[in-house]
Design a protein around this ligand. Structure first.
Ligand SMILES: [Fe+2]
Length: 171
């Protein structure tokens, strides 16, 4: 049985969150260049910047606790990483933006849960600073998830029109 100090556990959770956010930042930058729907691309580009700011603040907190970000891919980074390749299978290229929105919505909500864990553990350990940071970033993820959700309607209608128009042209 492992026996870590509460500080070590919080450091490890911060490392996990940093790796997940770095991974997601890369994914968001890729999403911002995909497809043809400008509002979707712009949202991803904006959230990539916000995500960079998130992992920077997490890294600053980790340093303050005497740790440093690990180069090893975390548990969450692995979970958030596998989805895109799977979801792309069998879809028309014009559906790319809708697919990216669905993936991003899943990731944002996973992050909300990830920060719930960090906030609870930090609060339990009496580390109010880490708890406050986790709650602040969690609110940013909630706002981002809402923006992503609000774009799904227009995006999938547009994708559907495009796919069915291509079909009509070919028939
Ligand atoms: Fe994030």
């Amino acid at each position: 049985m492992s026996n870590e100090s509460s500080r070590e556990v919080i450091q490890r959770y911060l490392e996990d969150a940093i790796a997940a956010e770095r991974n997601f930042e890369t994914q968001l930058k890729t999403f911002s260049k995909e497809g043809e729907q400008t509002p979707v691309q712009n949202l991803f580009a904006e959230h990539a910047i916000e995500t960079k700011h998130q992992h920077e603040r997490l890294a600053a907190r980790l340093h303050a606790l005497g740790g440093s970000p690990s180069t090893v891919k975390s548990f969450f980074a692995h979970i958030f990483n596998f989805a895109p390749k799977v979801a792309q299978l069998g879809h028309d290229p014009s559906e790319k933006n809708s697919q990216d929105l669905i993936i991003a919505f899943a990731i944002e909500n996973s992050e909300i849960a990830m920060y719930e864990e960090l906030a609870i553990v930090a609060g339990f350990a009496g580390d109010t600073e880490t708890e406050r940071l986790a709650r602040t970033i969690q609110e940013e993820e909630r706002a981002a998830a809402k923006k992503v959700w609000n774009l799904i309607d227009a995006s999938c209608r547009q994708s559907f029109m495009r796919v069915t128009t291509n079909h009509a042209n070919m028939a």
